[in-house]
Design a protein around this ligand. Structure first.
Ligand code: ZN
Length: 262
């Protein structure tokens, strides 16, 4: 099996649509656009087996209708709570989806970015949608900060060795904030020095590993020193919800206003 990240909505949302390819069959995760997927399938003579959805946002679901039109036999799986009637098979925490004979993904509910968000994982791979990004995480829309913090800690409890695939390529800008929030982190310095992003080239390797994210992503480290101390000094209370919200608000503020002058 091969896993390929197809760039989509380049320049606006900078998504990856992940394709899982075995022989002539393909599963896609979060097709926010149909055309990049259709082009890839046509040029490689592939067939669409099914679609997995992580949450309701349009940049993750807008390609479903066209893909279903071209491949009516493809099955569409998504969260129980997602308000989208193109989803045929509804998933809750602990469910398993069999993509190929020897490749299955488990569902883990990760509300926070949105109230309906789920991620998919097995012993090799983690597809975390907009819950986590390389060196960052999604914004809190309607899932709540407390739920989001708990979801991040749930993902942090998964094995280090997992290959990491998120739904967007925001790593470089996330690394700038990570460096600002966690300036003494040596693993983070090494990551910044060795990261080369080729987006919008298709990606034929994982974006990252969960081990690297645990070591360098501030949104998996908000309750650990030294970030915890920084957040307490910025007014956070010592709870996962408050620490996470203080960190997320800090990044949202910088995203809007830019970094403060030194
Ligand atoms: Zn989203």
């Amino acid at each position: 099996m091969k896993i390929i990240g197809l760039p989509a909505l380049v320049g606006s949302y900078d998504n990856y649509i992940w394709l899982l390819v075995k022989q002539e069959m393909v599963w896609v995760i979060d097709p926010g656009q149909a055309q990049p997927v259709l082009n890839y399938l046509a040029s490689h003579s592939l067939n669409l087996a099914g679609i997995l959805i992580t949450h309701y946002h349009h940049d993750h679901v807008d390609g479903i209708a066209e893909l279903k039109k071209q491949f009516p036999a493809a099955r569409v799986y998504g969260p129980q709570k997602t308000p989208n009637n193109l989803i045929e098979q509804r998933l809750v925490d602990g469910d398993e989806v069999s993509l190929f004979d020897d490749y299955h993904l488990k569902v883990i509910e990760t509300p926070g970015h949105t109230y309906d968000h789920i991620a998919y994982y097995n012993q090799q791979d983690l597809f975390c949608g907009d819950t986590l990004f390389g060196a960052g995480c999604g914004r809190q829309f309607d899932g709540g900060y407390d739920a989001f913090a708990k979801s991040l800690l749930k993902l942090r409890a998964l094995p280090d060795g997992l290959n990491f695939y998120s739904a967007h390529e925001y790593t470089l800008s996330n690394l700038k904030f990570a460096q600002f929030a966690d300036p003494s982190n040596v693993d983070l310095q090494n990551r910044i020095a060795t990261t080369h992003i080729e987006y919008p080239q298709p990606l034929v390797a994982p974006q990252s590993t969960l081990k690297l994210e645990k070591a360098t992503n501030p949104f998996l480290r908000f309750d650990q020193l030294p970030i915890q101390e920084t957040l307490l000094a910025r007014g956070a209370q010592n709870t996962p919800e408050s620490l996470f919200k203080t960190l997320r608000d800090w990044k949202d503020h910088i995203d809007q206003k830019g970094y403060p002058a030194k």
